[in-house]
Design a binder for this molecule. Sequence first.
Ligand code: NAI
Ligand code: MG
Length: 491
Amino acid sequence: MGQHLSRTVAEGRAFMQVINGQPADAMSGGRIDVVSPSDGKVFASIPAAGAADVDRAVKSSKKAFEEGPWSRMPAFERGRLLTKLGQLIEKNGDELAALESRDTGKPIRQGKADVVATMRYYEFYGGAADKIHGDTIPFLDGYTALTLREPHGVVAGIIPWNYPMQILARVAGAALAMGNTLVVKPAEDASLTTIRIAELALEAGFPEGVFNVVTGYGRDAGAALSAHPEIDYVTFTGSTMTGTAIQQAAAINNRGVTMELGGKSPQIVFADADLEKALPVLVNAIIQNGGQTCSAGSRVLLEKPIYETVAKELAARFGALVAKPHDADGDLGPMVNKKQQGQVRNLVAAAEEAGVSVLARGSIDPTAPEAGFYVEPTLFGSVDPLANIAQQEVFGPVLTLFAFDGEAEAVRLANSTDYGLVAGIWTKDGALQHRMAKRVRAGQVFVNGYGAGGGIELPFGGFKKSGHGREKGFEALFDMSATKTIVFNHG
Ligand code: NAI
Ligand code: MG
């Protein structure tokens, strides 16, 4: 696929929601402009749904759960539908990659990588659907006790804009495999692939109402969805603040939630580490997707003897980074929107004003349109662990370096933020690898590596303010279901 498709895809298209198997405009008729982050220009539009649209979608999903063929479908047939959806995603991969890239500003190669991971989620959960089961439990004489894993009912998925297709896939894959029905609210800045994938789900043969999509602003459609009394479970990925609001809304109805709320993830490099292997990974973990990644490796902790050498190497690499339009496939693209561009610029400026030293700055392609939402990648050195830039999630291409002296300080520094999502540990010392992996508070720990290209099979989620509940892997199927215990007294 050439650059051409990612430049022209969806031009002028007025996208529709997918509710009860039909395309649906917002009841109010309101629309939201879809802007290309690469040039700031409007190229399409999506419906601006409100509470009435959400209510329609939830009622449709509830009906599909209670009355539709879905509720009686054998698990292997649900699995087949998911597998079929994965195949359709692969078949339409060029279009989906182009849509995701144009909508979010991410380089087209990242859009393509996202398609591959997305397809894998549907393949994985398609295969898993009929392989999860309950137990029989040794109990009293005269009794037989067993458990079933039952779906919650209607699951609400509130999706962010950074990896829309992948995050939708990990939610939809697990929720649908377990027999739930789904109402998805993608981010107002990145709804296009969600709409296309719901259309493909209909093509795959999912019954109407099983996979509904409402589009709109968080404060309207998102808030109405998380507070809706007929929603049985809410799963959310996004900011800590919005996560708190969604939990409060879901608490009104005492509903369960899964929260994936970002991080300030450390990569800890000991003096004996294989630096040749580590260096490109240290850079990529913060530059991939322009740093707009919940699991971005945004803090690099360097053991004192190697601090100067590694800082110099990283500075050289950071200085060479170039942000380009999504279709030019640079080291990174623009930020997703003006707000995110402003957030990154403000946090960088505030750190500089506070005296944090800038070791290197990448650049913005001089031919990139001025109205695009670009920022310069920035590397900060010798950062005070209590500084704001060391504590707050920037969600941009901004890396902070710290020096540590020995294992105990490495652990203390690694755990010194409110977050606990992912960590990387770099050392050849096997015993140290094990000790560090156990003492770092993070939902995923990588040793001599970082990130996993989607990590479809690997349970993922946070400690501390990074959230709770687990997605991905087989484990997500537990969050997306509830145990029912049945006891027979047969004498
Ligand atoms: P956000 O958390 O507000 O948006 C994520 C989703 O929540 C979107 O679909 C949005 O429409 C929806 N939403 C917003 N307010 C809502 C409400 N009151 N009720 C229900 N749904 C609501 O994130 P935003 O404002 O776009 O980005 C701000 C910051 O959030 C970023 O700078 C970044 O630090 C963090 N973030 C983290 C992500 C992650 O992967 N953990 C993803 C996106 C953002
Ligand atoms: Mg967009």
